[in-house]
Structures are given as C-alpha cells and as structure tokens.
Design a protein around this ligand. Structure first.
Ligand code: SAH
Length: 354
C-alpha cells in the first residue's frame, strides 16, 4: 500500500491553516484558497490573490483533489455520468459514480441535481441493484463524498443533491454527515434540497433525527411484506417493516419533514394489487409519500454472475399501482429514470469499466 498525500479537501480548516503556514503563507490564505476551490478554481495558478511563491509551494506539496476522472458518459437527456477513481487502499480499484442531472427545463434557474455515492460497492446486496452485486470494498471518506460535488460543479451549477449513488449512507454516516454539513454551509445547498436515501436501519434513523440533519430522508421499502423484504433488502433481514415505519414517524416528529418511501417496481413481483393494498394500508394516516421507481434493467453483472431476471413493469401497471396506493390516502409519485441508454442506472458504469 502506498500512502498518497492527503489532499487539500481532506484537511479540517485548522489543519489547513497549519499546512498553509508551514508552506510559507499567512493563516487567512487558507480561507482564501478554500473559497477559491469551492468557487471553481481547480489549480493553485488560478488563485491569483495568493502570491506566486505560495501558489508554487502549495502546488508542489498539497494536491487539491484526490480523484481521477476515469470516464464520462453523456445521455441524450443531458445527464452526465462520471466515473471517479479514488486512491486505492488495497487490491482492486476504488471507483464510484457521480451523476449530474440537469433540470428538465434547461432555462430553469434551479440548477442541476447531483447524485453522489457514499461507499465503494455496497453491503446491502439487493438482488435487483447493480451496486450490491459485488459487495462492499470500502467506505468513502468525507472528503471523497465532498469531492464529488466539486467534480459535478465542473459540469454545471448544482441546485439539489441526492445521496442515491453507490452505497448505503447510514453505514458510513459520520463521513457522509461531515460532507453534507460542508455542502450545506459552504456550497449553499439547503436542507430541503438534499435527499438521502437509505434502507432505513431504525436505530440509526432514530439517532440521526434529533441532530438537525441537513437533508430530507428517503427510505427504500420495496414491499409491504416482511418475508419479501428479507429477500429484496438482505441487510434488513429480520427487521420488521413496522419498526422501519415507526422510525420514519419519529423522523417526521423530530424534523417536521416528511419521509419519502421508495418502492422499486419489479414486474410481476412486487407490483400486484395485493402489494398496493397492503402498502396503502401500512402508510394510511402516516405523514409520508411514496415514490415508485419502475426497475431499470441491468445490462451487466460483475464477473460471471448471471443478470438478475427481473423486468420493468408496463406503464399501465405502474399507473394502476399508483392509483391504488393514492386511493388509500398516500401521495404517490413515479420516477421513470433518465439517462437509461447510457447505463445511468445505479452502479452500472462501474461494472462496465471493470
Ligand atoms: N442504499 C441506499 C441508496 C441506494 S440507491 C438505498 O437503498 O436507499 C437509491 C434507490 O435506487 C434505492 O431505492 C434503490 O433500491 C434503487 N435502485 C437500485 N437499483 C435500481 C434499479 N436497477 N432500478 C431502479 N431502482 C434501483
């Protein structure tokens, strides 16, 4: 293992001051440089308010970012998917995906949505998801989560973020929280503009709720039946759905922000009227909404593994499911994924490059 130098972004503000002073600068130069980085500078040469000597010393000793841009794909709808390589701790390659999704209306002042990853691989192992097929490699560090925002801003301005890329954010919460606090305070992306998606470990949801989290919560439910969820979300095996929902209720009481329940629709599997009725029954009277996600077919599995044999339901089935849940009193939306043709579905670019 070769230790790569800790990049600028990995240092706390105090550590950064110390390093800048060591390299011949004044304490306030640290803040100047950090602001320049967050406003788009990608080399020290661009930070012209620092002296040439300091810029040179920083350039030689303190790399600004640590990722390498390995691949960029652009879908016809404008979504740009980045494959980023972070320094590897051991064998294998530490690659994650970050997707920049422009607003539907290009003139909208809202800016794009950025989808960020939180782990290299994922330990949850949902059988329909590309990210979990090869298991977890490692957690991303806080600066690696944050760096994805800076890479995304190189494509265009960002107004919203979804923590819905590769990984389970509540299993790497400390780093994710550190990064999102910076996104909130220094990139100015407000609490209501950031959504974190999790399989919803009840104890963790309850622990985070009172800490003024700078994001909205989405919980991946995928079925209203316990035995079926044990299979669809293996890391939650044995955790009753009712416990997940009651943690979601507590989230609402603490934060006054409604939980969104995500539900991947797998054709002929969890999209039946029976499922819709039970989902509606479970959510009746709760302050929550449902987001239906028609399954995105995977085009490639790691190694020699077979592709999962699910299918995307027909549009009429999706509409019927939505109507059934709505008729029981829960607001329900549908998210047809964008950028499908360029492997923009979760975790797939990483598999293609390997
Ligand atoms: N670990 C987090 C983040 C995962 S990605 C979580 O499970 O919530 C965000 C959402 O995309 C999750 O609901 C996940 O189940 C879903 N997803 C994963 N693969 C998908 C696919 N191929 N098609 C549609 N949705 C998918």
């Amino acid at each position: 293992m070769t230790a790569s130098p800790r990049p600028f972004l990995a240092l706390t503000p105090d550590e950064l001051v110390e390093r800048v002073v060591e390299l011949g600068g004044r304490p306030f130069h640290a803040k100047v440089a950090r602001e320049a980085l967050f406003s788009g500078a990608r080399t020290y040469e661009e930070m012209t308010s620092l002296s040439a000597t300091l810029r040179e010393a920083l350039g030689a000793n303190l790399p600004l970012l640590s990722s390498e841009l390995r691949h960029t794909t652009r879908a016809s709808d404008g979504a740009t998917k980045l494959l980023l390589g972070f320094p590897t701790r051991d064998e294998g390659s530490d690659e994650v995906e970050t997707v920049h999704i422009p607003p539907h209306n290009p003139k909208s002042p809202k800016g794009a949505t950025l989808c960020v990853s939180t782990q290299v691989g994922c330990p949850v192992a949902c059988p329909f998801c590309a990210s979990g097929l090869a298991g977890l490699v490692r957690n991303l560090e806080a600066h690696e989560v944050l760096e994805q925002f800076l890479r995304g801003m190189e494509i265009g301005p960002i107004g919203r973020a979804v923590v819905m890329g590769i990984g389970e954010p509540l299993l790497n919460y400390e780093s994710v929280r550190t990064a999102l606090d910076v996104v909130n305070a220094e990139l100015g992306i407000g609490t209501r503009k950031v959504t974190l998606s999790t399989v919803g470990f009840p104890d963790r949801v309850r622990a985070v709720a009172p800490t003024k989290p700078p994001f909205q919560l989405a919980i991946s439910l995928h079925t209203p039946f316990d035995e079926e969820r044990d299979v669809l979300v293996p890391a939650m095996k044995g955790v009753p759905i009712e416990d997940v929902l009651s943690a979601g209720d507590e989230w609402f009481r603490e934060t006054h922000r409604e939980v969104t329940y995500e539900y991947v629709l797998l054709g002929g599997h969890n999209d039946t009227p029976h499922h819709a009725a039970e989902l509606g029954r479970r959510l009746r009277g709760r302050r929550a909404t449902v987001n239906l996600i028609p399954w995105n077919p995977l085009t490639r599995a790691p190694g020699d593994e077979p592709l999962p044999s699910y299918r995307r339901p027909r549009a009429e089935v999706v509409a019927g499911f939505q109507e059934d849940v709505q008729s029981l009193g829960t607001v329900t939306t549908v998210r047809w994924s964008r950028g499908l043709e360029s492997d923009a579905a979760c975790g797939q670019l990483r598999l293609h490059s390997s």
